[in-house]
Design a protein around this ligand. Sequence first.
Ligand SMILES: N[C@@H](CCC(=O)N[C@@H](CS)C(=O)NCC(=O)O)C(=O)O
Length: 212
Amino acid sequence: MGKPTLFGAAYSVYVRAARLALHEKGVDYNLVPVDVFAEGGPPPSYLTRQPFGRIPAFAHDEFELYETGAITRYIDESFDGPELQPADPRSRARVNQIISITDGYVYPVLVWGVYVEQVSKPARGEPSDETRLAASLSRAPVILKALADLTGDGPWLGGTALTLADLHVAPMIDYFAKAPEGLPILGVYTNLMSWWSRMQERASMRQTEPGE
Ligand SMILES: N[C@@H](CCC(=O)N[C@@H](CS)C(=O)NCC(=O)O)C(=O)O
């Protein structure tokens, strides 16, 4: 089988989750740039790959796929390398639960509600939505406590081995931690802070830095 291709931009937390899976599996891949936030949106031709105009999209030979959770699971199941999903149904369910929490709560609140409002918008000279920021900051502990409770002694979010749960959550925590109030809130959850230090040391995290 040929080299897979990922379409998207390095700044995207979802693209990074897919890239992390490829790096952790040791899979060589092409990254084709698609900027969804460019003026006028992504090129119309991209909508044939991802009808909702989101990144990433993925192709492996003639097989095309979108939705990051489907992409990372496909990568894990189709390529050699370390298993990124536990075999045991209950442990696998926990990993899927964390990925779902990531999509439903971490992304809208910690990335858009905190990082974008407190870091990206000011950096672009745009006014922040203070109401949204305040609501997100007050919601952040609920989300982080849920992750901390599920992680327990870890050392990884899904238990004793690195899984897709870590790879979906880490890109979002990376942005959240860059917000002035992000790290102090994260620091309350000591097991999550230890996990975050462990994640930051991984070569895959360095190789997929948003600036890279
Ligand atoms: N459900 C999608 C979400 C992907 C997503 O929201 N990606 C963001 C970038 S991190 C995006 O494309 N945003 C463009 C927009 O909101 O218009 C997935 O799992 O792939």
